[in-house]
Write a protein that binds this ligand. Structure first.
Ligand SMILES: *Cc1c(COP(=O)(O)O)cnc(C)c1O
Length: 393
């Protein structure tokens, strides 16, 4: 085999992806994230970002990051256990804990890392993770990394969860669920999950990546939404969605957080969150703590768009949140829909396998408080036009 031949599989597999309509065409933004973005010189209405509250380019948050850079520089300089913990990390963690109504919180470099940090610290070989079938990739990877046995239950199905627990799986038991499911926008039945967990002495963990800044009072998240304070053992969060920045967190009892700080490998072997990320996230939490105005606007916008899109004859699946799947079915048809929307100045990504099952491809419209009613009307008009062109409505 020549040195080139051994790499032939790469080209073959890339071509296969293209044939199946699963090839990702990654767009480049020429400027800030916002309701409108610039792509290839064109102004596009943005339906693709998780920037639910418009915080990614919020002037007060940008200013807070700049001020922190003047004061602290940009980098933490080391892993946190050696010399990378700054007082702004502690300020952020105290504010996060207060906001979420927990004893303590720990910041890490991303939501993905939060799962890789927490899960393998809590369970290992001989223990059992019981995981919703639609959980996020970072939960799946964190679970695999732990080497615990992984049992999967049917999506949001508490009877299916209980049937796994009834078999009395070995070791410590950890139930993990997304709070809001990112592809369908449905919400985990957390009160019932907590109830079942108590009955079988299982730990509970919720990844609230799409719930923070969206659900609960002023965006305090899923635990607040269901008024389950003190009932969920481990909360995972991200700073990259509604909070508009980058980073992740683990939240819970003071003892749990101390345990993660001692045991987590990404915490011990990967450097702290950067100064601007830390300061910007802290400012985002302060804004939410002071006012629910943006969260209210987000929900108004989501309700308005969802009502309009349903009136056009589209199906939005199981969505209960601002994540609005516009179901298409076939992956190729969904890509075509997305391309036609793009020609009409709407940036709305088609989502296909492996992010969603085969045959359930969709356009996922991510609604933001940054959108105006005129923006949403413009989008509804274009969805209608393209839907008719493709004989979908
Ligand atoms: C987006 C997401 C993550 C990853 O968060 P990052 O901060 O972008 O790494 C983790 N879990 C869930 C459920 C998510 O939706």
């Amino acid at each position: 085999m020549s040195s080139q031949e051994k790499l032939n599989f790469i080209q073959t597999e890339l071509e296969e992806l293209k044939e199946k309509g699963l090839y990702k065409d990654i767009k480049t933004l020429e400027g800030p994230q916002g309701a409108w973005v610039q792509i290839k010189g064109k102004k596009m209405l943005n339906f693709c970002s998780n920037n639910y509250l418009g915080f990614a380019n919020h002037s007060q948050i940008v200013e807070a990051a700049k001020k922190a850079i003047d004061e602290y520089g940009v980098g933490p300089g080391a892993v946190r256990t050696i010399a990378g913990t700054m007082d702004i990390h502690h300020q952020l963690e105290r504010k996060l804990a207060e906001f979420k109504g927990v004893e303590a919180a720990l910041s890490v470099q991303s939501g993905f890392k939060a799962n890789l940090s927490a899960i393998p610290a809590l369970v290992g070989k001989g223990d059992t993770i019981i995981s919703d079938e639609l959980n996020h990739a970072s939960i799946i990877d964190g679970s695999r990394l732990s080497r615990a046995d992984i049992k999967v239950y049917s999506h949001n199905d508490v009877d299916s969860l209980e049937s796994v627990l009834k078999e009395n799986p070995p070791g410590k038991k950890l139930i993990i669920t997304d709070g809001v499911f990112s592809m369908d926008g449905d919400i985990a039945p957390l009160p019932e999950i907590v109830e079942v967990a108590k009955k079988y002495d299982a730990m509970t963990m919720v990844d609230d990546a799409h719930g923070e800044g969206v659900l609960g009072r002023s965006g305090r998240g899923i635990v607040d939404h269901f008024n389950l304070h003190g009932e969920v053992d481990i909360e995972i969060g991200t700073f990259s969605k509604a909070l508009g920045v980058m980073g992740g967190c683990i939240a819970g009892s003071a003892q749990l957080i101390e345990y993660i700080r001692q045991k987590s490998r990404p915490f011990t072997f990967s450097s702290a969150l950067t100064v601007p990320d830390t300061a910007a996230t802290l400012e985002a939490i302060k804004i939410l703590s002071d006012s629910d105005e943006l969260v209210t606007k987000l929900w108004d916008n989501a309700d308005y768009f969802k009502k309009g899109i349903k009136e056009l004859g589209f199906d939005t699946g199981e969505s209960e949140t601002p994540i609005t799947p516009v179901m298409i079915g076939d992956a190729k048809a969904a890509s075509e829909f997305s391309e036609k929307l793009f020609e009409e100045n709407i940036f709305a990504q088609a989502i296909g396998f492996p992010l969603v099952p085969h045959g359930k491809a969709r356009i996922r419209a991510m609604i933001s408080a940054a959108h105006s009613k005129e923006d949403l009307d413009f989008a509804l008009e274009k969805f209608s036009k393209v839907g008719k062109e493709l004989n979908l409505i």
